[in-house]
Design a protein around this ligand. Sequence first.
Ligand SMILES: C[S@@+](CC[C@H](N)C(=O)[O-])C[C@H]1O[C@@H](n2cnc3c(N)ncnc32)[C@H](O)[C@@H]1O
Length: 215
Amino acid sequence: MTHEHDHEQSTEERYGQATWDARYSESDRIWSGKPNQRLVEQIGGLAPGTAIDIGAGEGADSVWLASNGWKVTALDVSPVALAKTRAHAAEAGVEVTTVQHDLISTSALPGTFDLVSAHFWHPPLDRFADFRDVLGAAVNPGGTLLVVAHHPADHGPHRPDPHGHAAFLFTPEKVTALFDDSWQVVTCEAQERPTNRPDGPPVLTDTVVRLRRNT
Ligand SMILES: C[S@@+](CC[C@H](N)C(=O)[O-])C[C@H]1O[C@@H](n2cnc3c(N)ncnc32)[C@H](O)[C@@H]1O
């Protein structure tokens, strides 16, 4: 007998445009519309410059950054998501440039930036070093790389897999281990966050990594 969960998703199914376009077409808004808490906490105090929002989705983070003076590029594989980002930016009266880009098939980001911000981007396991070789490579000297993701503590024998992709969760230390001393580790923490998801655990743990590239 075949169960849905027995089916291992291929990279194309997990990271392909068709998957994400379909997901973003299902409803008006699949995320909260609010900027991610860690973005606000980590970046709120920085002087604005250029920024790229990796896997921007519906653009709440991009809009928050633009509203705080950043010149923002929102990158996603899904044109459906990017149309929502543009609508969200127009509603907020800010400018956000959108770029359709497949992080799996294309190696370099479109430019370099003072901030490269990736929230809940869980790459294929064999592409983990992209955090350094692709995202880190796009950070200007003196700039910031912010990686926020679901921590493996969210999944264990005592808890169901709340994100549906337990194998792809990672610790902050796994990210910082990629970087040499041309980077300063500003934050490398597992941070808990209460949730009000009716079907999930009351608390989730975020992997939070903030690195500053030396000048
Ligand atoms: C879990 S969502 C996170 C959305 C947003 N950053 C947030 O925090 O709400 C992951 C995002 O990555 C995008 N994505 C998935 N595969 C991708 C790929 N191959 N290239 C670029 N973006 C991709 C999806 O379209 C989706 O918007």
